[in-house]
Write a protein that binds this ligand. Structure first.
Ligand SMILES: [Fe+2]
Length: 236
């Protein structure tokens, strides 16, 4: 078993437009099921994964049509949804997040996991924040300090971005009032809870994560209103 995964392509993955070109090296991936198979192979027998390879695989997912991912795209009227695509034998979670107009997440961490996000439709705004200082975290919630904003960017269709806890916290939202957005997310290892943060005070609370839908849900993938899981927690 490999103890660490070195980049077999012998170079560092560039960002943005360059990543998409570089991602040609793993070859174009046409379907979500093919992506899941490639991800499972990537994790097979390895203790450590390479975030740049994961980004390259997510970038290489270039379906001929949105019809490939639309069976997983289930929107809610009130807030964004998390729809499980593949659990990766417990090594990762691959999921589709569906953002109706104006929907957004809370400011959150990623519970020590790698997070790779790929935009499939529309655009999303990502705002990153620094972790609360130790001093601020020790204060009572009502005496906290505002979180420091680090960066703000717009992610367009096809863009891939990566974050882990060493890079801070973030909030993701669909800023459009007329267009929905869909994003494909890979989390490894999977996690069942994460921290969410009050922007004004930096106060942290724990949020448990749930899925709006899972593969094999009844009614052809649709979840009946009566059997719908609770609205997902403030995370993504
Ligand atoms: Fe996130």
């Amino acid at each position: 078993m490999e103890s660490a995964l070195v980049q077999p392509w012998g170079e560092t993955a560039p960002e943005g437009e360059g990543l998409r070109a570089w991602a040609g090296k793993p070859g174009r991936i046409h379907t979500l099921s093919e992506l899941a198979a490639r991800l499972r192979a990537e994790f097979e027998g390895r203790d450590v994964v390479c975030p740049q390879r994961l980004q390259a695989l997510m970038a290489a997912y270039q379906p001929a049509s949105p019809r490939d991912w639309k069976p997983f795209a289930k929107f809610d009227r009130y807030r964004y949804t998390r729809n499980l695509v593949d659990e990766g034998d417990g090594r990762y979670n691959l999921m589709l997040l569906c953002w109706a107009e104006g929907h957004g997440s809370a400011i959150h961490d990623h519970a020590g996991a790698h997070c790779v996000m790929r935009i499939l439709a529309g655009s999303l705004c990502e705002v990153r924040f620094a972790w609360p200082s130790e001093h601020a975290a020790a204060l009572p919630p009502e005496e906290g300090e505002p979180l420091q904003e680090l960066s703000k960017c717009t992610l367009e269709n096809g863009d891939v971005c990566y974050i882990n806890d060493s890079q801070g916290l973030h909030r993701v939202e669909n800023p459009s009032h007329s267009e929905r957005a869909v994003s494909l997310h890979l989390y490894c290892p999977p996690f069942g809870a994460c921290g969410v943060f009050n922007q004004r005070t930096g106060h942290r609370s724990t949020s448990h994560v749930t899925f709006w839908s899972r593969p094999g849900d009844s009614a052809g993938g649709r979840v009946s209103r009566r059997n719908r899981p609770q609205a997902p927690a403030e995370d993504n």
